[in-house]
Design a protein. Structure first.
Length: 653
């Protein structure tokens, strides 16, 4: 028997695999490692989450916040009331009627309706798959219901509602509801009561304030007033030139709403009240404007003219009492159909200049009297033609050397005699008077598209220029400029720039001061009186013919009139030379001549016969002047003042 081994117990304990058990310290290390990795993983995940949170809050935060704000923010616009336009007596020419526009934000509407549909389906117990599948179809049904229901409600609103809104098309509304835009006008000009019912019935539809511009007189004075677009912006006439004054400034306010479209209390902000537009009172007289406009239409039809124009001025103030032309459009009618018939918004009295013809001889007359180069009674030996700078100019009738007084040269409208007087003045002096009378300059009238006319400056005059200008050829005037020239003479020689705005008042009723028109003393009062008296001879009648004027038979019994006829050849576009059968027929005159109150300027474009009924009255604009002057005299009940003076001598035997 041997001695027992020292490791016997150990050997026995080792078991059959012969491995030693792991020390306790090694097991603890493993546990610590595992915990460490768990902590590291936790820290990494926490850092990732924190980074993500920082990214969302710092980088995406402002954009997300702005997007959320945009989704719930509503900006409401309070339209400013456009100012009214009235005549000198306060009669309405243009005013604004309150209405509503049905508007919507299509993108936002569809988003909010989709949310409502989903929420309702969740309440009804539908699962998420069903909700996603059925929401688009239900949204389409809702939009179709709106597109069908809105026209029906407008139609049921009555005749006024239908007339204002016009034809409302369901398909057009549906297209707008499905548009990828933030703002659409579904229907304009809706009756306020009907619009409120529609907005209450259909979620997302707003009844925005909208103004309907009314023109109660149709085509009367439309060439002056103009019109506004569907968006309320001035397009023509005074509506355009004074758009910023008439339109005012819209008010605004901002408020947040919930996903269901309900206003959130306490979120109202950025309020700015509307500033309404300025009311404007014009100098024109609606009754006179109506009469003149109708008279011109009749005169055009009677004479076969291409067009006709007339301007009436107040002598003492230069104010426009009437300004009319033919073929003026009616803004209340079918515009396209009227345009196809040749009607339009143009105000040709200020925008379409023409050669004035013999009407312009009054400038030569006034300059000659003012400069003292002649007197009304001076007798001149006037031949049938005259040569100036190689240009031969003849009178409208053949004659030898005749003895005409200066008054007779203008009463009978002698081109030759007028040029003889102009030669005494000289080119520079004559050019100075053209400048004083405002020729080649805009009048400054408060209307758009005014032409300054065509007038060559002195340094550009050629040899034949001075043979044309004194007799009204080689330059172009507007009808308003023509009236302004005669206003100066009727007003004691002082020309006042014509104006058409009498007064403007702000929304509080305060008068807004207007710029004073410029005044120019063209000739002395004595010269002006002499010229006005001298041009009374144009209306003079004489059985012998010696002392008859070019407008004989066109006077008004019991009243003295003064004025001048004009016939200006038009340029033939084919030849570039003056036409022998196409003319501008003009007339400008003063009534009454002994106590000037009114100036009337008239133009007929290519008349084929007289402007009176049946083509009577001769190829002259004088009958139109007489009719307008007679209407004014009767309106103001001006007492007759028969003249006891002898006839003015125009021609000596």
């Amino acid at each position: 028997m041997g001695t027992p081994s020292r490791n016997g117990n150990s050997h026995g304990a080792s078991g059959s695999n012969g491995r030693k058990p792991a020390p306790a310290k090694s097991q603890q290390a493993i546990t610590r490692n595992r915990i460490t990795w768990v902590l590291v993983a936790f820290v990494v995940i926490a850092l990732l989450l924190a980074s993500r949170l920082v990214w969302v809050q710092v980088v995406w935060g402002p954009a997300l916040s702005a997007s959320a704000q945009d989704q719930r923010e509503r900006v409401y616009v309070e339209p400013a009331r456009r100012g009214s336009i009235t005549d000198t007596e306060g009669n309405q020419l243009a005013y604004t009627m309150q209405a509503r526009s049905l508007t919507v934000s299509p993108v936002r509407l569809r988003d909010e309706l989709s949310q409502q549909i989903r929420q309702q389906m969740e309440i009804d117990g539908a699962d998420s798959a069903t909700i996603e599948a059925e929401t688009p179809g239900r949204l389409d049904d809702r939009l179709q219901e709106m597109a069908d229901g809105i026209p029906r409600m407008i139609d049921e609103g009555g005749e006024t509602s239908r007339e204002n809104s016009g034809d409302v098309d369901s398909k057009e509304i549906l297209d707008k509801l499905k548009a990828d835009t933030q703002y659409e006008v579904l229907v304009r000009n809706v009756d306020p009561d009907v619009a409120e019912k529609v907005a209450a019935e259909y979620f997302g539809v707003a009844a925005d304030h909208q103004d309907i511009r009314q023109y109660p007189n149709g085509a009367i004075a439309e060439n002056i007033i103009g019109k506004v677009s569907m968006d309320g912006q001035g397009q023509f006439g005074l509506e355009a030139s004074s758009d910023s004054t008439l339109s005012g400034i819209n008010g605004r306010k901002t408020q947040d709403v919930s996903a269901m479209g309900q206003e959130i209390p306490g979120t109202l902000r950025d309020e700015a009240p509307a500033v309404h537009g300025t009311d404007m009172q014009l100098t024109i007289d609606l009754d006179l404007q109506t009469y003149v406009q109708q008279l011109l239409e009749q005169s055009k039809a009677n004479s076969g003219a291409q067009s006709a124009e007339a301007v009436v001025l107040d002598v003492a103030t230069g104010e426009v009492l009437a300004m009319a032309n033919t073929d003026t459009i009616d803004p209340n009618g079918d515009l396209q159909e009227q345009i196809e018939r040749g009607r339009g918004f143009e105000n040709s009295s200020i925008s379409h200049p023409f050669e004035p013809g013999s009407v312009a001889k009054v400038v030569t007359a006034a300059a000659s009297i003012e400069e003292g180069t002649t007197t009304p009674e001076e007798v001149l030996q006037v031949p049938g033609s005259i040569e100036m700078a190689g240009v031969t100019v003849a009178d409208a009738w053949q004659h030898g050397v005749d003895s005409y007084t200066t008054a007779g040269i203008f009463g009978k409208s002698s081109n030759v005699g007028t040029l003889m007087l102009a030669e005494r003045l000289g080119e520079e002096t004559f050019a100075e008077y053209l400048q004083k009378f405002g020729i080649g300059q805009s009048t400054g009238i408060e209307l758009p598209n005014e032409s300054s006319g065509l007038y060559p400056p002195l340094e550009q005059w050629s040899g034949g220029t001075f043979a044309n200008l004194p007799i009204g050829q080689g330059m172009s005037w507007t009808t308003l400029q023509m009236a302004s020239v005669y206003q100066a003479l009727a007003n004691g020689g002082e020309r006042i720039e014509p104006r058409i705005v009498e007064e403007a008042r702000d929304p509080e009723g305060n008068v807004i001061e207007q710029a004073e028109p410029e005044r120019t003393q063209v000739v002395s009062p004595e010269t002006a009186d002499t010229v006005v008296k001298m041009f009374e001879s144009v209306f003079q009648e004489d059985p012998t013919g010696l002392n008859s004027g070019t407008a004989q038979g066109q006077g008004i019994e019991g009243y003295q009139l003064s004025g001048k006829t004009g016939t200006a050849q038009k340029v033939d576009p084919d030849t570039g030379a003056y036409s022998n059968d196409k003319y501008w027929i003009t007339f400008a005159g003063i009534a009454p001549a002994d106590d000037p109150r009114f100036v009337v300027a008239v133009m007929l474009d290519e008349p084929e016969r007289g402007p009176l009924e049946g083509g009577a009255g001769g190829q002259s604009s004088a009958p139109i002047f007489r009719e307008i002057a007679n209407w004014l005299i009767n309106r103001d009940n001006i007492a007759p003042q028969p003249s006891d003076e002898e006839q003015i001598v125009l021609q000596t035997p």
